[in-house]
Design a protein around this ligand. Structure first.
Ligand SMILES: Nc1ncnc2c1ncn2[C@@H]1O[C@H](COP(=O)(O)OP(=O)(O)OP(=O)(O)O)[C@@H](O)[C@H]1O
Ligand SMILES: [Mg+2]
Length: 230
């Protein structure tokens, strides 16, 4: 059988708040295969963002393992982890986090520059990305000169710039109106299909979750699969 691209085993994350302890992720087990679109739903405060940030290497768990492409990222040093994330992991947040002083193009190029890539090495993938995401004619504008949907599409292009093996998205359409949200989502799914991009998305939106290959539900730190492949 195929090895999962991401395999989470017995993952626990606790937060300490004065004298109480919150178990935000409680013994989570989770496997994702290459090219899948997996959605994670659940009530507010159930641990979804914490779980996603752990998987993306943005936070360390208390215990458990997170294997990505066969490597346990919980065992990497901070430097190794930063490099690993730059090479293999993309992340999109609810709010786009674009750098306001940089143009759309410059924002998208950041991950490539951080990996010391020469422009000639990413020209082709850059052109393809901005074409699929329909932002070709907005590249020289600042984020403040773009609509919310365009800003989020720039953030998606930036997240995909280094062709990450796994793309994590935490409510990527949460701050958009319905029409922009639908458009951004359709583009994300198109990317997932056309680039065989593995996509793991946290969403409150049932209509989005229905489009996923598999759906997980989180409650009080516990994670369970609720929709299986048809
Ligand atoms: N930095 C932190 N310090 C302490 N507690 C935290 C921290 N971040 C999150 N929590 C707590 O951990 C639990 C899970 O939070 P998390 O943000 O992962 O939930 P969520 O499912 O993403 O919620 P939402 O749908 O509202 O975004 C909550 O009880 C939250 O209050
Ligand atoms: Mg959240």
């Amino acid at each position: 059988m195929e090895t999962p691209i991401l395999q989470v085993t017995d993952l626990i994350k606790q937060y300490r708040q004065s004298d109480s302890i919150i178990t935000a992720v409680n013994r989570a087990n989770f496997s994702v295969y290459r090219g899948e679109f997996v959605a994670i739903t659940g009530t507010s405060g159930s641990g979804k963002s914490t779980f996603l940030q752990l998987c993306a290497g943005l936070m360390r768990p208390n215990s458990g393992s997170i294997q990505i492409l066969g490597k346990d990222i919980t065992r990497l040093s901070p430097d190794e982890l930063a490099l690993f994330r730059g090479q293999y992991i993309g992340m999109i947040f609810q709010k786009h986090n674009l750098i306001p002083q940089l143009t759309a193009k410059e924002n998208i190029e950041i991950p490539a520059l951080m990996m010391n890539k020469a422009p000639v090495s990413y020209e082709h993938s850059f052109a393809k990305l901005v074409d699929i995401l329909k932002i070709k004619d907005r590249l020289n504008h600042l984020p403040s000169e773009l609509s919310g949907g365009q800003q989020q599409r720039v953030a998606i292009a930036r997240a995909l710039m280094n062709r990450p093996q796994i793309l994590f998205a935490d409510e990527p359409t949460g701050s958009l109106d319905r029409a922009s949200a639908d458009e951004v989502l359709a583009l994300l799914i198109k990317m997932q299909k056309e680039l065989q991009q593995t996509l793991i998305m946290v969403t409150h939106d049932d209509s989005i979750a229905q489009k996923a290959d598999r759906v997980f539900y989180m409650e009080n730190g516990f994670l369970a699969q609720v929709k299986h492949p048809s």
